[in-house]
Design a binder for this molecule. Structure first.
Ligand code: KIV
Ligand code: ZN
Length: 386
């Protein structure tokens, strides 16, 4: 089995469903071009039946972007699939992503159906989609809560019908990593034709487990991860692209790789955050504004001596210009000296105690001591000592 994991980005579909994140076609093209440059393998560009605007965006992205596969979502309904197929007409490589709920919750409460009918509908949807594109991905919605034995039957049937990728969504974000990993392993071991398709993970973050679950999936045989920039998506969001990519890049134990150019992760995060007007929490892994800033004295001292003491990723590796030593009342002398040095001011040994005392007095009155404050502090210190 290959060590390559395909990155399927759904920022423009699952991500764009978030209230307030709606984009126009021009903005979607800008993001799609960014994703292409970043190196994603598949861009889920939209849900064409949902609105004329979404249809147009999938057409426009298909024309604008050439390297990644362009994917369009549909339900397991002919008119949806037809619309998705039409929207992909200009895609160099097009994929239809069709599917249906497979958990008892979905089958009996939402779809008012039976397990056997769901398999028939899934098979019919895949066969119908094959009339438009060769590459058909099937999603078993709420697979996270679907009984494994039944799920294996569904997956075997849709692969037989021609599905090239089978998506096992943890739609409600309920699975524990070991349960989700075991589900993927079960499918690998119990679906006789599984080698004819790629298994994909699609995890939601309702319990904060989306990244862990996606990594468990690839460690158990999945070879595609569905994710979004900054982890945006329905409710608590989807798996964060930057997190899974950096886990695979940094952990030799995982021993998997992607086509992503990690140096573009931070610029891409900014682009999505600004276009969608969706703030990134400062402590967000990899791309948050605090991800490479150090504020406690002990950490600052360690990082100044050797970056790797407290950093497992070099900021440049993800496109962040440099780490930052933030000055607060918790900062020590080493950090203060370091920050003065960046301003071209060399603090001598014999003046440090006085400067540090003045610094602490200032730091107790503000959240962060900035460059301007340091310059003022130093000027006042020079005035006093002459
Ligand atoms: O979360 C989910 O189940 C989905 C499917 C439509 C793939 O987004
Ligand atoms: Zn989803």
């Amino acid at each position: 089995m290959s060590n390559q994991v395909y990155i399927f980005d759904t920022t423009l579909r699952d991500g764009e469903q978030v209230p307030g994140c709606k984009l126009d076609t021009k903005e979607k093209i800008q993001i799609a071009r960014g994703l292409e440059e970043l190196g994603v393998d598949i861009i889920e560009a939209g849900f064409p039946i949902s609105s004329p605007g979404d249809f147009e965006s999938v057409v426009a992205i298909s024309k604008a972007v050439k390297t990644p596969t362009i994917c369009a979502l549909s339900r397991a309904v002919e008119k949806d699939i037809q619309r998705a197929g039409e929207a992909l007409e200009y895609a160099k490589r097009g994929r239809i992503h069709t599917g249906i709920g497979t958990s008892d919750q979905h089958i009996f409460n939402k779809l008012n159906s039976t397990r056997e009918q769901i398999i028939e509908r899934g098979v019919a949807a895949v066969k119908f989609a094959k009339k438009y594109v060769e590459d058909v991905e099937f999603y078993a919605e709420d697979a996270g809560r679907t009984d494994n034995e039944y799920l294996a039957r569904v997956i075997e049937a849709v692969i037989k019908a021609g599905a090239t990728v089978v998506n096992i969504p943890d739609t409600t974000g309920f699975c524990l990593p070991e349960i989700y990993g075991a589900k993927i392993r079960y499918l690998m071991e119990n679906v006789p034709n599984i080698h004819k398709a790629i298994i994909s993970s699609h995890c939601h973050n309702d319990l904060g487990l989306a990244t862990a679950n996606s990594i468990m999936a690839v460690q158990n045989g999945a070879r595609q991860i569905e994710c979004t920039i900054n982890g945006i998506g329905e409710r608590a969001g989807n798996t964060s692209l930057e997190e899974v990519v950096m886990i695979m890049k940094k952990h030799p134990k995982v021993n998997l790789h992607t086509n992503i150019n990690s140096k573009l992760l931070y610029p891409m995060s900014r682009l999505v955050s600004e276009t969608m007007n969706m703030h990134v929490q400062p402590n967000k892994a990899i791309v948050g504004s605090n991800a490479f800033s150090h504020s406690s004295g002990i950490h600052q001292d360690g990082v100044i001596k050797n970056r790797e003491t407290y950093e497992i990723i070099a900021p440049e590796e993800v496109g962040v210009a440099a780490n930052s030593i933030v000055l607060t009342a918790r900062s020590g002398r080493a950090a203060l000296k370091f920050r003065f040095k960046l301003l071209g001011i060399e603090i001598q040994q014999d003046e440090m105690e006085q400067v540090y005392e003045n610094f602490l007095a200032k730091a107790d009155t503000v959240k962060e001591v900035k460059d301007e404050d340091l310059k003022e502090l130093y000027a006042r210190h020079k005035e006093v000592v002459g």
